[in-house]
Design a protein around this ligand. Structure first.
Ligand SMILES: [Zn+2]
Ligand SMILES: [Zn+2]
Length: 294
């Protein structure tokens, strides 16, 4: 049974006895309204959803939560760092401290006991059920913070994690005011559901299906189709082998849109100290997982 988690206790993600009601109800509402969006289709609503998908998943998750906030694969001006964190909250995947903590635990315990989302506990568990069960920690910044002490030092991340749902609510009201119901259904509900599922595919599909470039201790795979819909996050075996690398697609044919974003940012001076393994490091897999997560 669930117990109160103290800041020193391990987080119990796998507690299947306890339903995370807030998340479950939110997911049901979002999925129902995502389907409803198809009855309110306008061209402008579709464009709004596509642009927001690019900003929220491409910038918020790929450039922000994952490669910047979790792995610190590059440096960028603080304002842009914060902007990416706000974009990340617009995916409804929790605030930056929650996301980073969960993902660092995933790297530390990949496909082992304690991994928040491993297909070894079931494909649907790894894909989406893991967020609906276990201790409701999305808003518990203090508990999750011990896994992201670097982010905990910054009040902006702490407040944003506790109130991670606020930017999405504000965005929804703005869309309602400008474009009415179609913009809200497409730009918030359908777009969030699609964003959730493509992100979740990295946890489920790329730990089950695809090819392996590196002999890692986990089940991670490289998946071309997941990479295409996640802005490059599908080169997941490359990523587990070289977690600090800002580049996940290791060769030109491994399309990695987030890496393309970074190349543009570097050109205009918005990204520097970009971590990329050398050829010999790729061959010897010298980038350390624990070091990257520390
Ligand atoms: Zn993984
Ligand atoms: Zn990672």
């Amino acid at each position: 049974m669930a117990t109160t988690v103290s800041p020193t206790a391990d987080v119990n993600f796998g507690n299947r006895d306890k339903i995370n009601w807030i998340t479950l109800v939110a997911m049901v509402i979002f999925h129902v309204l995502a389907v409803a969006a198809f009855f309110y289709t306008t061209w402008s609503a579709v464009v709004v959803a596509l642009v927001l998908h690019w900003i929220c998943v491409g910038f918020g998750i790929g450039l922000g939560y994952h490669r910047l906030h979790t792995h610190r694969s590059y440096k960028t001006p603080k304002l842009l760092d914060y902007f990416f964190a706000v974009c990340g909250t617009l995916t409804l995947e929790g605030g930056p401290i929650f996301w980073v903590a969960v993902h660092r635990i995933h790297h530390q315990k990949s496909d082992q006991p304690g991994d928040p989302h491993t297909p070894r506990e079931g494909a649907w568990w790894a894909h989406m059920l893991w967020v609906m069960f276990g201790d409701a920690l999305h808003g518990n910044t203090e508990v999750m913070g011990k896994y992201a002490p670097d982010l905990m030092k910054d009040k902006f991340y702490r407040v944003l994690t506790t109130y991670h749902w606020v930017p999405l609510t504000v965005l929804g009201l703005i869309l309602l005011a400008i474009g009415g119901i179609p913009w809200v259904l497409w730009g918030i509900f359908l777009r969030v559901v699609v964003g959730l599922h493509v992100t979740w595919l990295v946890n489920s599909a790329t730990h089950m299906w695809g090819s392996r470039r590196f002999e890692t201790s986990d089940d991670s795979k490289n998946s071309f189709w997941v990479a295409l819909i996640t802005f490059g996050e599908g080169w997941h075996n490359n990523h587990h082998a070289h977690p600090r690398s800002a580049r996940h697609g290791m060769v030109w044919s491994e399309i990695d849109i987030t890496w393309m974003h970074l190349c543009i940012m570097k050109k205009v001076g918005l990204a520097w100290d970009i971590v990329v393994p050398t050829q010999s490091q790729i061959e010897r897999k010298e980038i350390d997982v624990e070091e990257a997560a520390a």
